[in-house]
Structure formats: C-alpha cells, structure tokens
Design a protein around this ligand. Sequence first.
Ligand SMILES: [Zn+2]
Length: 301
Amino acid sequence: MSLAAHHVAAGTAAVLVSLWLLRGRWTHSHPRAALVLWQLSSLALIVSVVGALLSFGLEPFGRGLLPALVDLPWRFQELDLWHLGAVGLGLAVGGWLIVNQLLCLRSTARARARHRLLLQLVATQESEEQGRDALVVDHPVVVAYCLPGRTPHIVVSAGARRLLTDDELDAVLAHERAHARERHHLVVAPFQALRRLLPGNGLLSRVCSTIELLVEMCADDRAARSRGREPLASALERFRANGNGGGTPAGALAVADAPVSARIRRLRNPDEGRLPLAWPLACAVAVAALVTSLSLFAVPL
Ligand SMILES: [Zn+2]
C-alpha cells in the first residue's frame, strides 16, 4: 500500500467519524466528548488530505515525504504534470490553511486589543459587594459576553442588567466565566478561521455552527452546575426575546450567540443518557487516523 493510499484510508476514517458526529443525537447530552472527537477527526482529515496530495505527487522520488520535500527544489523536473500538480496543490492547501489560521489569529487579537482599550474608556467594574467581577457598559442594548485573552473580561450591558433578575444575571456571568476558564475561544478559533476561508452555507459552515453550539452547551453545563438550570434557561429566553442585542463584538463569546432554542430545551429537559458505547471506538479511530497521517510524514521510505 503506497503512502498516499494510507493517507486516503486515514482521511476516510476521519470523514466517517465526522459524519457519525453530525448525525448523532447524543452530542447535545455530552458536548465535551463530542468536541474532543470533532477536534481529533478534523485535524486528522486536514493532515491526511495534505499528506495524500504530497505523497502522490512525490511518489516518483521513492522516498519519505519529508526527505522528498527537501529534494523537491533540485529534482522537480523529474516529475510529470500530474505529480507536479499534486505537489503544488498539497503545498498550496497546507500553506493556505496555515497562513489563514495565522491571519485570523492576528486579526482576532487586534480586534480584542481594540475592544479592551474601548472597555477601559467606557466600562465600569461592578461593585465588589455584589460579588460580581463583570465590567458594565452603560448602554440599553441587551448583551453579555466574554472577551477572551490573557486577562479575560466578562462584559455585561446596563440593558442586560435591567432585563435580568439577580439569579439570571449570576447564571449568565457563570456561563461567561466558563468560556474564559475553559478557553473556549481556542476551541472555536480554528473552525472559525476555516469558515472565513470558505464562506457560504455548505457543510463546513454547518460543522462550524455545530462546534459553536457545543461550546455554548459546555459553558451552559458549567453555569448550570453552580447556578442551577432554570435561571440560565429563563435568561436565554429573555435574550432571545430581545434579539440578543443585535450581535457580539469580533473575537468575543456571547451568552446567546448560538441558536438558543436547543440550549433552553436541554437545560429544562436534560437528557441523562450515557455516552454511546461507540464513542471510545470512534476516538480510537480518529486518533489512529491522525497518528497514521502524521507519522507518514516522518517515515523515511
Ligand atoms: Zn456563551
């Protein structure tokens, strides 16, 4: 079996795991487990696609991928048009993905820095006797969000404070703190960068929306453990009725970003079903696909 065929097999396994995740009803009951699997299978798919293209293109050299890539500048004239095209496409896709991720990281970091600066000018710290650590923006818009970073900020508008009861506000702030503590921005960032690369309403957009929804559910679960399910569910209902204030700043994670109906439903009617027995198997398949594709880059022959 050639190196390219190994990569294709690994990529196929990753696609099968992703399709199982897309169709699975259990993911809303176990969002954290689903996110782990999404990350593994997505990474495996990307590495295997790039690996398959490069392996096929560099096959005539009869060497491993990395040594063949080192040889490429001196031996590219030995390749026919098909192999040269595959190498070019593999390098373009790999480079495109890496550059896009870096550009997105940079633009998001800049947007967050601008936003932090703005908050210093317009936001006030909640009084300590209320036991809250949020920044309050005196604006009627109804919004609450976490601005991630080395020092994350939880921001709530005066409109949201007026709209919510004390219990609801505490639940919303617990949700935002969960985003900050669990570093959810690092989970969604690679998928959001991919969506920016291929905009539209295709499969990739659906996957990104799924990841964002699962991240929100993880934060919901953590908030519900400390503040109860009902206050958060009723707060989400109020946000929905107010149209979530018309949007979230770039680079932030809001309380009511993802479609809230499914979240309200699961908060009020939690499904205590067990993790599917196939989950460990799917994890093993995704890990095997990822390790196989990565290790094939280092195989010398
Ligand atoms: Zn959120």
